[in-house]
Design a protein around this ligand. Structure first.
Ligand SMILES: O=P(O)(O)OC[C@H]1O[C@H](OP(=O)(O)OP(=O)(O)O)[C@H](O)[C@@H]1O
Ligand SMILES: Nc1ncnc2[nH]cnc12
Length: 176
């Protein structure tokens, strides 16, 4: 991906201080979603490192990971599997709790969503503490999938999320 495209993406993410609580600088991706060129570059950038990886499923993390995960699945010729916050999926689920930069949460996946042995790419917008990414990796593995990688738009390096994912191929378009 060219430095021009990275700069285009970067220009369309804005900082919102003290949201959702004091001390957190929230990375707001809504300007990026509203710009066709930046959105296209982001989806392609998330998919590019994994084009030759024969991905069977893209797992997207609620909610912002849904926005990018579905078009990335289409780019890669893969299916899309939603990983949702607790209580939203109707059939039998596997669940995992984790800590966030600003709270705690539980995520779930349908127990039968992934054919065992499938190759899975996880997609999200932000990697912060790595709690969500780690929970997603655990759930995909428990469901029988092989985690090929985790592709994110933005890595907040100072929160050291990468350290929680030592055995995962982690790609970020922007690292802060
Ligand atoms: O690396 P972590 O510290 O786990 O943080 C990253 C996660 O936090 C945000 O989701 P959030 O739970 O705020 O949900 P949303 O997408 O529904 O806004 C973001 O979209 C990631 O999924
Ligand atoms: N600072 C932040 N901005 C946007 N999304 C986040 N998810 C976790 N931390 C975040």
């Amino acid at each position: 991906m060219t430095t021009d495209l990275i700069a285009l993406i970067d220009r369309h993410v804005r900082d919102i201080p003290d949201y959702p609580q004091p001390g957190v600088v929230f990375k707001d991706i809504t300007p990026l979603l509203g710009d066709h060129a930046a959105l296209t570059a982001t989806v392609r950038g998330l998919a590019d490192p994994f084009r030759d990886e024969r991905i069977d499923y893209v797992v997207g993390l609620e909610a912002r990971g849904f926005i990018f995960g579905t078009p990335v699945a289409l780019e890669l010729g893969a299916g899309f599997v939603p990983l949702r916050k607790a209580g939203k999926l109707p059939a039998r689920t596997l669940s995992q709790s984790y800590d966030l930069e600003y709270g705690t949460a539980t995520v779930e996946i349908h127990a039968d969503a992934i054919t065992p042995g499938s190759r899975v790419l996880i997609v999200d917008d932000v990697l912060a503490t790595g709690g969500t990414g780690h929970a997603a990796v655990e759930l995909v593995r428990r469901a029988g999938g092989n985690v090929v990688g985790l592709s994110v738009l933005m890595e907040l390096g100072f929160l050291k999320g990468r350290e929680r994912l030592p055995d995962v191929e982690l790609r970020a378009l922007i690292a802060l």
